[in-house]
Design a protein around this ligand. Structure first.
Ligand code: GRG
Length: 292
């Protein structure tokens, strides 16, 4: 294992204990369901993006911990709500029954609500962090998660079922639904480090956009090529719901080519940064070379 791979593994293990401690104890149905929905084997890509950017820019670890926790809580809330019957109506998530199946619908709605509130509570209360930094982090995450970002993307996604989208609408959908939160991870890393270098901020932003798109193309390809066992959710769910996907729009070969090109451009962006971007590069590779 390379040093960078070792470091990512350590960070992921370290993050598991951080997020475990950030969650309330399992003393009620709600808190048991919150823990069930978060401590269930996610890849933790978003927290790792926060760490990889923040560490490269020498941010304080305790601030990065809270930013990483906050972004994963938002991601987990979005998955719990996404799985609800009123949205994607999924029975399996991360290889286990979805929250509303293991508990009930009302509990799943409340779990999402509570995880979202907890995310902002953690950011607002970071110890030893200037108030302006905390406010900037709250604003960046809120913007990415809300009606200009993830929620807007989800809305567009739900409206798009059974419709053939053109390429630019599909891009917008994914940029908002998944890309905005990826971009927020990089922003949180730079805010935590109090980095004001616009060139670095801009390059990381463009890198995260490339990555978000590549991640989605990979997700669409996996939906065709992966197995239910590998994916922890049923294969072919996009096709079943008549969703527009990159392979459906471009063809599988062209989608694969597009993925390769994005990866290459993403690496060139990282190479132009004036600091060690090895962790970011490895993480980027993992996000597009994954098989689940
Ligand atoms: C309900 C407001 C609201 C938003 C939901 C992110 C999202 C928006 C829905 C998820 C649907 C989905 C499967 C999208 C494809 C890309 C994606 C976000 C996959 C899940 O992310 P991973 O692979 O998951 O990082 P893990 O489980 O590893 O955390």
């Amino acid at each position: 294992m390379t040093d960078a791979a070792q470091k990512l593994k350590q960070l992921q293990q370290y993050f598991e204990s951080q997020i475990d401690h950030a969650l309330p104890c399992a003393s009620s149905k709600l808190t048991t369901a919150m823990r069930y929905s978060v401590l269930n084997g996610g890849k933790r890509l978003r927290p790792l993006l926060v760490y990889a950017s923040g560490i490269a820019l020498q941010a304080q670890q305790s601030i990065l911990d809270e930013a990483a926790i906050a972004v994963e809580l938002i991601h987990c809330y979005s998955l719990v709500h996404d799985d609800l019957p009123a949205m994607d109506d999924d029975d399996l998530r991360r290889g286990q029954p979805t929250c509303h199946k293991a508990f009930d619908e009302a509990t799943a709605i409340l779990v999402g609500d509570a995880l979202q509130s907890l995310a902002f509570e953690r950011l607002a209360n970071i110890q030893g962090c200037p108030a302006t930094t905390r406010i900037d982090m709250v604003a960046a995450l809120a913007e990415a998660a809300g009606a200009k970002g993830m929620v807007a993307g989800q809305c567009l996604d739900l409206e798009s079922e059974n419709k053939a989208l053109d390429f630019s609408t599909l891009q917008q959908l994914h940029q908002q639904k998944t890309g905005a939160l990826f971009s927020a991870c990089l922003k949180l890393g730079t805010i935590a480090a109090e980095c004001n270098n616009q060139e670095i901020i801009g390059t990381l932003q463009t890198w995260s956009e490339h990555l978000g798109l590549a991640f989605q193309i990979k997700d669409d390809l996996l939906d065709i090529e992966g197995t239910t066992e590998q994916l922890g959710k049923p294969r072919g769910s996009d096709t079943l719901r008549h969703k527009s996907t990159y392979p459906a729009l471009l063809g599988v070969d062209q989608a694969r080519k597009q993925l390769q090109q994005l990866q290459q451009e993403a690496q060139e962006l990282l190479d132009s940064l004036p600091f060690d971007s090895t962790l970011l590069a490895l993480l980027g590779q993992r996000m597009v070379q994954r098989d689940y």
